[in-house]
Design a protein around this ligand. Structure first.
Ligand code: FCB
Length: 460
C-alpha cells in the first residue's frame, strides 16, 4: 500500500530556501584580490544611488560567513541561492582564476553542504568586472566569450558540489535597466545598446551552459533566472499592449533560450532601432540549451494599455520599441517599493508558463517584499511581509495543483541588503540587519518561514 501525501503538503523534494546576491551582501569590495565591478563604479558615482550608498561593506557577509551559515541552518533552510562575484574570480574578467576568490565560494558551498543546505549558485547577478565594462560591457560580443571562460573556471572548482547552476539573474535588468533606462550600472541610455546587450546576455547564457556542462557533466542542474510579471491589458488594444511588453521584457530571452528563435513580433517592434545584425550565424543554436529548471523571479503584476493616436509617446526607456504602450497605475495594496501586491498574478504566471512550456520544470528563485520595519526590543514584527510570503507560497501551491511543475521557492531575501539604486533604504530581508553593528535579527517572517519549512504545509 502506498502512503499518499495529503494534497496540501509540499513534496519532499520541493526546496524551500532564501536568496541573496554577492554585491548586495558581501562587502569586502577591495579584499582578497577582488577587482572593481560596474556596480562599484556606478555606486561611487554621485547621484546614481540613493544617499550615496555603496556595496563597500553591505552586510559584511564576506567576513561573517560562518555565522551566516549557522543562521541559515537555524532557520532550517533547505537551499540557499547566492551569486558568485565574477570580479572575485577574475579581477579584470579574463585571465587565470584568483585562488582567494575561489576559496571564499568553496568555503560557502562546503559550509552549506555540511549543514544539509543545497547550494543554488548564480554566476552573474549584475557585477560585471569593470575592465570588461571599459571595453563596452554587454554591448561587446567578447564579454559573452569571457563569461563562458569564467563559467568553466567556477564549474571546474565547484561543479561537483553545486545543486543547481544559474547562469544569469534577470538579464532584462542587466540589458534594459543598465543600457536603456540607465538606472542600473553601467548607467547608459541607448536603446540600440540595450537590445544589443540583451542578445549578448542570451549568448553568454548559452555559452556558459555549454562550458558548465563540459566541466560538470550531469551531476548538477542547469538554469537561468528571468524576472517575470503577470501582465494585464486595458483599453482598446489590450492584447497588443500585453504582447509588446511581454515581448521586450520576457520573450526576448525565453524564446531563444527555450525554442532557439527570436520572436518575430519583437524583431518587428524594434526594427526602427536596429537590424539585429549583432546576431551571428549559429548564435541561436548556442543560446538554445536544455534547462533542467527555469528560475522565475516574481514580485508584482503590471497593467498596460496602448496609447491612442492623439496621445504622445510614452517614455519607457526600459522597453525599446514599446513607445506606444503606457503603464497603468493600479490601486490596491503596495509594498514599500510601490509594487502592487498580487499573489494571484504569480499563480497565473506559473500556469501560463506551464501552458506554453509543459515539460519545463520551474523554480521560484525570488519572491518577497520590502516594508519599513521597526526593530523594537530585539523583535521585528513584520506581519505584512509574513502575509506577503504566505499568500505567495499559497499561490505557488494553487499553481502546482493546476499542473505547474514547481521545484522550489527561494524567498528574497535572506538578509536586508543593498537594494541597487535604492541603496539601504529598502529592507527585503526575513532577517533584519543593523548596518551599524551588523547584528542579524530574524524577523517574525523568518520564524514563520522556518515553521513552514518544518511542517511543509500552510496552516489552514
Ligand atoms: C530583483 C533582483 C534582486 C533584488 C530584488 C528586489 O530584481 O534580482 O537582486 O534587488 O529585485
Amino acid at each position: 500500500m502506498s502512503v499518499r501525501q495529503p494534497a496540501d503538503v509540499f513534496p519532499r523534494d520541493f526546496l524551500f530556501g532564501a536568496a541573496t546576491a554577492a554585491y548586495q551582501i558581501e562587502g569586502a569590495a577591495r579584499e582578497g584580490g577582488r577587482g572593481p565591478s560596474i556596480w562599484d563604479t556606478f555606486s561611487h558615482t554621485p547621484g546614481k544611488v540613493l544617499n550615496g550608498d555603496t556595496g563597500d561593506v553591505a552586510d559584511d557577509h564576506y567576513h561573517r560567513l560562518t555565522d551566516d551559515l549557522d543562521l541559515m541552518a537555524e532557520l532550517g533552510l533547505e537551499s540557499y541561492r547566492f551569486s558568485i562575484a565574477w570580479p572575485r574570480i577574475q579581477a579584470t574578467g579574463t585571465g587565470p582564476a584568483n585562488a582567494i576568490g575561489l576559496d571564499f565560494y568553496e568555503r560557502l558551498v562546503d559550509g552549506l553542504l555540511e549543514r544539509g543546505i543545497r547550494p543554488i549558485a548564480t554566476l552573474y547577478h549584475w557585477d560585471l568586472p569593470q575592465a570588461l565594462g571599459d571595453l563596452g560591457g554587454w554591448t561587446n560580443r567578447a564579454t559573452s566569450a569571457a563569461f563562458a571562460d569564467y563559467a568553466a573556471i567556477v564549474g571546474r572548482s565547484l561543479g561537483d558540489r553545486v545543486h543547481t547552476w544559474t547562469t544569469l539573474n534577470e538579464p532584462w535588468c542587466s540589458a534594459f535597466l543598465g543600457y536603456g533606462a540607465g538606472v542600473h550600472a553601467p548607467g547608459i541610455t541607448d536603446p540600440v545598446a540595450s537590445v544589443t546587450a540583451a542578445h549578448h546576455l542570451n549568448l553568454a547564457h548559452g555559452l556558459a551552459i555549454q562550458s558548465l556542462r563540459a566541466e560538470v557533466g550531469d551531476q548538477a542542474r542547469f538554469s537561468v533566472t528571468l524576472n517575470m510579471s503577470h501582465l494585464k491589458g486595458q483599453g482598446h488594444r489590450a492584447d497588443d499592449a500585453v504582447r509588446q511588453i511581454d515581448g521586450i521584457s520576457t520573450r526576448i530571452f525565453l524564446q531563444p533560450m527555450l525554442e532557439g528563435s527570436y520572436p518575430d513580433d519583437v524583431l518587428a517592434d524594434t526594427a526602427h532601432l536596429t537590424d539585429w545584425a549583432f546576431v551571428a550565424p549559429g548564435d541561436l543554436e548556442v543560446i538554445h540549451q536544455p534547462l533542467d529548471v527555469l528560475g522565475v523571479n516574481y514580485y508584482f503584476p503590471l497593467t498596460v494599455r496602448a496609447l491612442h493616436t492623439s496621445e504622445a509617446d510614452a517614455s519607457n526607456p526600459g522597453y525599446p520599441g514599446a513607445e506606444r504602450i503606457a503603464f497603468v497605475e493600479e490601486p490596491g495594496p503596495r509594498t514599500a517599493m510601490g509594487w502592487n501586491i498580487d499573489p494571484d498574478g504569480l499563480e497565473q504566471l506559473l500556469v501560463d508558463l506551464r501552458t506554453r512550456y509543459p515539460e519545463q520544470p520551474l523554480m521560484i528563485t525570488e519572491n518577497g517584499a520590502a516594508f519599513d520595519d521597526d526593530l523594537v526590543d530585539g523583535v521585528v514584527d513584520d506581519q505584512r511581509r509574513l502575509d506577503y510570503l504566505r499568500d505567495h507560497v499559497a499561490a505557488v501551491q494553487r499553481a502546482m495543483r493546476r499542473g505547474a511543475d514547481v521545484r522550489g521557492y527561494q524567498a528574497w531575501s535572506l538578509f536586508d541588503n543593498f537594494e541597487w539604486a535604492l541603496g539601504y533604504s529598502k529592507r527585503f530581508g526575513i532577517v533584519h540587519v543593523d548596518y551599524a553593528t551588523q547584528v542579524r535579527t530574524p524577523k517574525a517572517s523568518a520564524h514563520w518561514y522556518s515553521e513552514l519549512i518544518r511542517r511543509r504545509t500552510l496552516p489552514a
